[in-house]
Design a protein. Structure first.
Length: 71
């Protein structure tokens, strides 16, 4: 899964929006329950599994929930 694919899922299904971009990294932000949740997604052609899990951890999204959103 590419970084662009992950950004599409996070923005369309989880309410994140693109905050800014520096080089090949895109910052996403979401406000929930009075808190600011941020994550950073590298624009790589293929994200490694550990990188994807790190993105999801920062976004406070369970792996299973992310997988369900792909269907």
């Amino acid at each position: 899964m590419s970084g662009e694919d992950v950004i599409k899922v996070l923005t369309r299904k989880f309410g994140f929006r693109v905050s800014r971009q520096r080089g090949s990294h895109v910052s996403l932000v979401k406000y929930a329950g009075g808190r600011k949740i941020t994550t950073v997604v590298p624009l790589h052609d293929e994200l490694r599994p550990g990188t994807l899990l790190g993105i999801l951890k920062l976004a406070e999204i369970e792996k299973e929930e992310f997988i369900r959103s792909l269907k």
